[in-house]
Design a protein around this ligand. Structure first.
Ligand SMILES: [Zn+2]
Length: 235
């Protein structure tokens, strides 16, 4: 650890600043750099005895690799008038309608947003989070009812590493960004976590229960591997 405790939060890549996260890991054996696609940032993990200076010079040596990884990420699509966002896989174009007094609503392939332009982004974000809750919670409850299992707390997060998770107490967590994916993909992830209410493992019995809870398992799993990253483009 640097003695002054101040860590850089940016990496200078040939003149371009890139957000950086530096961590020392007691069990790390070598320096590792990963490009976090959810945050578009570089994560540097250092073994205990490696200095920050060495770590940063390691990053500079790998600058081309880092830049290529960043350049390969799908471009960002901010919430702005005219931009497309998918809701359950169906493209919706954002339309700013300043005079309307209805908040935000989805209708016929459009996402209508009323109010001042400066609030558009915030309002779309709030709408999407609420849409996620209204979509995912009933889906979870319906599937849990199918197998007569009680569900604990259902939490939606901006989780970076997992699409869903299930605790031994029966609490379920989901990444709210799944609402951008096709409906059958979301349905599969919900089925997967609900099946964990019965089997806290990935045994054959787990997969056969999962298959009973959703029309398709393999297609959505492949979709998440191939296209999962794109769910982080929006906003
Ligand atoms: Zn699982």
């Amino acid at each position: 650890m640097p003695r002054d405790g101040v860590l850089p939060t940016e990496l200078d890549l040939n003149g371009t600043p890139v957000p950086l996260d530096v961590q020392w890991h007691p069990r790390a054996r070598k320096l590792t750099i990963t490009v976090d696609h959810t945050q578009r940032m570089v994560r540097l993990v250092l073994p205990r005895r490696v200095s920050l200076k060495e770590g940063l010079s390691f990053c500079r040596k790998n600058a081309d690799w880092i830049q290529n990884r960043l350049a390969a990420l799908p471009s960002r699509i901010p919430y702005a008038h005219g931009n497309l966002v998918p809701l359950l896989g169906e493209a919706h174009r954002i339309h700013h309608v300043p005079e309307a007094r209805r908040g935000v609503w989805a209708d016929q392939g459009a996402l209508w947003v009323s109010g001042h332009a400066e609030f558009l982004e915030r309002r779309v974000t709030a709408f999407l989070r609420d849409f996620a809750t209204r979509t995912i919670q009933p889906l979870v409850r319906a599937k849990a009812e199918q197998i007569e299992k009680p569900v604990g707390r259902i939490t939606l997060r901006e989780s970076r590493t997992r699409w869903g998770s299930c605790t031994p107490a029966g609490d379920l967590n989901f990444c709210w960004r799944l609402i951008f994916a096709p409906a059958q993909v979301l349905d599969y992830v919900v089925a997967h976590e609900v099946a964990h209410l019965v089997h806290l493992n990935h045994s054959e019995r787990f997969w056969s229960l999962c298959a009973r809870l959703t029309p398709e398992v393999q297609g959505p799993r492949r979709w998440l591997v191939r296209h999962g990253q794109t769910l982080w483009r929006y906003g």
